[in-house]
Design a protein around this ligand. Structure first.
Ligand SMILES: N[C@@H](CCC(=O)N[C@@H](CS)C(=O)NCC(=O)O)C(=O)O
Length: 310
């Protein structure tokens, strides 16, 4: 990586998925550049870089743009291998843990938070998240479900307590890993928003001590930049991604194919372009944009659909 290209995170401070990345910066002691984006659309300086992918966070290094925390972590581990996110042979389970922490555990935490905030949630936010989900963001239903959500949250946090009972002090044993950061996101989110967090965790002393340990990892060294400056960095840089075919691609996809890439759950905006690199865990597509210039946008494979574009 050319030394003068900053590691830029497009995020907002309240975003739990962004908190995961900020902690990985802390774990790896990375100096990074924070670009604060709006909590709701539009994001006119970011969309030219992503091609329409609208979830938060997004990482940018020059003209390479990384969408989704899974993709961001893979790239950070590649560029900054020490200390590893996967000490002691924990890699497979650490990746897989996100399918619990980012999906059922997260949806449960979201419903608990917004059901509890109820009429404090601005209408503009509700409308934005309805577009994101393609479904009603039904605060009244979330409020009605609070007792159920407490039960669910308790069960999830109970699994963290059970895992820590195996010895700890981290979920994978002696060293912090991505497993800790994935699970912590939800505990951080509930604590940041709900005064009842203490009460909900009272019966889980190991979780409380672990939570303090994860928080102490910190966020690395952060400096601020505007959205416009980040777009300018993208426009003046050249993508660094090297073309790479995947000889084992089960669908015979190859570099140069025109595809639509979109998340398979929410925020299902398709980004259309030609493949530049492909593997079992990642897909990169090259785009040309009037405002951003030539960029390569990277996505993970798990949780994303790749469809031939016609
Ligand atoms: N799987 C995605 C999920 C990201 C996600 O859901 N982020 C939330 C914010 S924490 C979001 O995108 N909200 C809508 C938005 O910011 O536009 C990831 O790991 O990055």
């Amino acid at each position: 990586m050319p030394d003068d290209l900053p590691v830029i995170l497009h995020h907002f401070d309240e975003s739990p998925f962004s908190e995961k990345v900020r902690l990985v910066f802390g774990l790896k002691k990375i100096a990074w550049t924070s670009v604060r984006i709006s909590r709701i659309m539009p994001r006119p300086d970011l969309m030219p870089l992503t091609g329409g992918y609208r979830r938060t966070p997004v990482m940018q290094i020059g003209a390479d743009v990384y969408c989704d925390t899974q993709c961001i972590f893979r790239e950070l581990e590649r560029r900054f291998p020490a200390p590893s996110l996967f000490p002691g042979g924990s890699e497979g389970l650490a990746w897989a843990s996100a399918m619990w922490t980012d999906k059922s555990f997260f949806q449960n935490s979201v419903n608990l938070v917004f059901g509890s905030l109820a009429d404090k949630v601005p209408q503009s936010f509700i409308e934005d998240r309805e577009k994101l989900r393609g479904a009603k963001f039904d605060i009244a239903a979330m409020t009605a479900a609070i007792p159920q959500m407490r039960d669910q949250y308790r069960a999830h946090v109970g699994w963290i307590e059970a895992q820590l009972a195996g010895g700890g002090p981290w979920l994978g044993g002696h060293e912090a890993s991505l497993f800790d950061i994935n699970a912590y996101m939800n505990v951080w989110y509930v604590r940041s928003n709900l005064p009842v967090a203490d009460e909900l965790e009272a019966e889980f002393p190991k979780v409380r001590a672990w939570e303090a340990r994860v928080r102490a990892i910190g966020h690395g060294t952060r400096t601020e930049m505007s959205t416009a400056e980040a777009l300018e960095i993208g426009r003046s840089a050249t993508p660094q991604t090297i073309e790479a075919d995947d000889p084992h691609d089960p669908n015979g996809r190859k570099v140069g194919d025109l595809v639509d890439v979109r998340p398979d759950d929410y925020g299902r905006v398709a980004v259309r372009s030609r493949i530049v690199a492909l593997s079992a865990q990642g897909i990169a597509i090259r785009r040309r944009d009037d405002l951003a210039g030539d960029v390569v946008v990277h996505f993970p494979r798990a949780g994303f659909q790749v469809m031939p574009a016609t």
